[in-house]
Write a protein that binds this ligand. Structure first.
Ligand SMILES: NC(=O)c1ccc[n+]([C@@H]2O[C@H](COP(=O)([O-])OP(=O)(O)OC[C@H]3O[C@@H](n4cnc5c(N)ncnc54)[C@H](OP(=O)(O)O)[C@@H]3O)[C@@H](O)[C@H]2O)c1
Length: 258
């Protein structure tokens, strides 16, 4: 299927590695011009070069911290100035720490709010006029399966991601007339560095992965490229009638029926 993404302009946030990188690769492989962003400029430049070498399509690296308003505004302005349009936004960020509710102080809550909720609102607000000018657009938010079923110690993540779910529904309402769709992706366990870092290192890693896979009906942990493919579809022409949804990608792991 031709997803008709050739020469569409995409901004993919938090994309030097992990899920963001997989999304950038998938969009680039489909012909989009991709602007990737994250904080560490060296890592970001390496990733841009790697994706561009793989797909043959243009990948631009612009470093930014998603929680820094000025950096994000500059990134969007630079992208629109260079390419004259923005069609696709992948909202993504590093995840907040896991711990018991009683261990998080105001500072931790404030940081999670700025990184995992406010940043998503800000980018959508700043990009909307460019999507209106382009005659439509796609906003996809990476959140977490914790919005569907309880995940221990994920109170910061769950509280912020539930905010994104509500916000996306309202945005889908308001942005629909501009042919801008807004959807959330709720991943279960997808094998990125964020997950690898929680596993025992060395010979025990494989065993730990097998243990985790036991509670997943498909019997394995997800691959980042599987999530990348889902976002590429949501960004496509064919997905024009999908908006306001939260789509799980978890190998069937969620215990919730709705
Ligand atoms: N992997 C999973 O199974 C899974 C499941 C549920 C939810 N999620 C969520 O999905 C998101 C991505 O996870 P991942 O597994 O891809 O993580 P990852 O492999 O650790 O990658 C995180 C990426 O985000 C960038 N980043 C972190 N903080 C940032 C900030 N403030 N501004 C800009 N970029 C930032 C990092 O680069 P720099 O450090 O250089 O900025 C890196 O490129 C997280 O929010 C995570 O909680 C993941």
């Amino acid at each position: 299927m031709d997803l008709k993404l050739t020469n569409k302009v995409a901004i993919v946030l938090a994309a030097s590695k992990g899920l963001g990188k997989a999304v950038a690769l998938a969009l680039s492989a489909e012909g989009a011009i991709v602007v990737i962003s994250s904080r560490n400029a060296n890592e970001l430049n390496k990733t841009a070069a790697e994706i561009q070498a793989q797909t043959g399509n243009r990948v631009i690296a612009i470093p930014a911290d998603v929680s820094d308003s000025e950096q994000v505004k500059k990134l969007i302005k630079q992208t629109a100035g260079t390419f004259g349009r923005i069609d696709i936004l992948l909202n993504n960020a590093g995840g907040p720490p896991f711990d018991k509710f009683e261990n998080f102080d105001d500072e931790a809550w404030q940081k999670a709010f700025e990184v995992n909720l406010l940043s998503f609102a800000r980018t959508a607000r700043e990009i909307l006029p460019h999507m209106q000018n382009a005659g439509g657009g796609r906003i996809v938010n990476i959140i977490s399966g914790s919005v569907k079923s309880v995940l221990n110690n994920s109170v910061l993540s769950t509280a912020m991601r539930m905010g994104v779910v509500g916000m996306a529904k309202l945005m889908a309402d308001e942005f629909g007339p501009y042919q801008v769709t807004v959807n959330n992706i709720a991943p279960g366990l997808i094998l990125t560095d964020r997950i690898k870092d929680t596993l025992p290192q060395g010979a025990d890693t494989e065993q730990a992965l097998k243990e985790k896979a036991k509670s997943i009906p498909l019997g394995r942990i997800g691959k980042p490229e599987e999530l990348g493919a889902l976002v590429a579809f949501l960004a496509s022409e064919q997905a024009a009638y999908i908006s306001g949804t939260t789509i799980q990608i978890d190998g069937g792991a969620s215990r919730a029926i709705f």
